[in-house]
Design a protein around this ligand. Sequence first.
Ligand code: CP
Length: 364
Amino acid sequence: MTALSAAQVDHEADPDRREGIIGNRPDPTRLLEPSPLLDLTVLDRLHNQSVLSAMQFDKELLVELAKLAAYLQLRRFPAGHALEDKILAAAFFEPSTRTRLSFESAMLRVGGKTISVADAKTTGVAKGESLRDIGLMFNSYADVVVVRHTEQRAVQDLTDYLKIPLINGGNGSDEHPTQALADWYALLKWRPEIAFGTIPERFRLNIGIIGTPGNMRTVKSFLTLALLFHENISHITIFSEMADPLGDEIRELTNASPIGIDFSQNLEQSLEYLDVIYMNAIAFLGDGYRFFADAFTLDGESQLKPDTVILHPLARGPELDVGLDGTQHNLYFNQADGAVWIRQALLLSIFGRVRDVVPTTFLA
Ligand code: CP
C-alpha cells in the first residue's frame, strides 16, 4: 500500500478526520434535547423574505433555525432534493472564502444549483454597469441572491430592483447577518442552556468582544444577536482602542439592554473572567479595510479559563495564533463548519421547503 492510499483509508475510517475540523466540536444533538420539536410557524416567517440585518431575528426565530440546522447537520432528514428546482446566485463584489462557498455548499447539498460571481472584475461592473441593471438580471437568472459588497448601501439599494429574496453576505462595515447566525449556532451547540431556560446568576456568561461594533460588520451583527440572550449573559466587554467603538446605532440597542456593557484596553487582565471571546481585526474605515491585529492577540500562552471558547469569523491574521487551533478553546473552526447547516436551514425556510424535509413526527 502506498503512503497516499494509506492516508485515504484513514480518512474514510476516522470520523474525526471525516468531519474535517479540529478544536471544540460540540455535538448538535445537545441543542435538540431540551425541545426536539420544530415550530414551523416560526420558520414560516422567513418565507420569501430577504435577510438584510441581524436585527430581523428574535430569539425564537434564531433558536428554531439553529435546531433545524442541527437536524440537517446530523443528517436526520432526507433533504437531498429539497431545492432541486432552485438556483442561488452568489454575487460577491468583495472577496470571500467562507460565506460564498458555504452558501454554495448548503445549496448543492439539498440538490439546488448555484451561479456565482467571485470577483467583481469579471462582471459588467468593470465596465461601469449599474447596480440597478445587475439587480434586474438576477430576477431572471436565479431564485435567491446572496450579495457581498464594499458599499453599505448597495445591498439595500439592490432590493429596490429585486423580485427574489436577497441575503446580505456582508455590506461594507454595516452587517453580516448570516455570519452572526453561524456564530450563535456554534455557541448554542456549545451551551444549549443559553437558549433554553435561565442560567443561575453567578454562571451567566461574560463575553469579550475584540473589535469595534460601530465599523466591523461581523462584530456588529454578533453583538446584535447577543442582546437577544440577555437572561443568560452577565456582561459584554468591548476591547478596542477606538474612542467610540459602538457608534450611535449600536449604542441605542445596548442602552436598551439589561446586559452590562464595559470597555477595556487590557485583555490580559480580563481573561480570567471571560467565557466567550469573539475577535476580529478587520474594520472598514471610510475608504477601505484596515487591520488591527497588533493591539489584542491570543495564543497558546494566553491565560484563558480552561473552558473559555474563542470565536473568530475568519479570515484571521496574527491576532489569533494557530497554536490555539488544536485546543478546546477553538470554537472558530466549528463556527465556520456549522455555517453550511445554518445557511441551509435559512435557505429551506426562505423557499418554504422545511415541511418537505421534516417528518411530521418532528413538528410541534
Ligand atoms: N466570515 C466571513 O465572512 O468570511 P469570508 O470573508 O471568507 O466570507
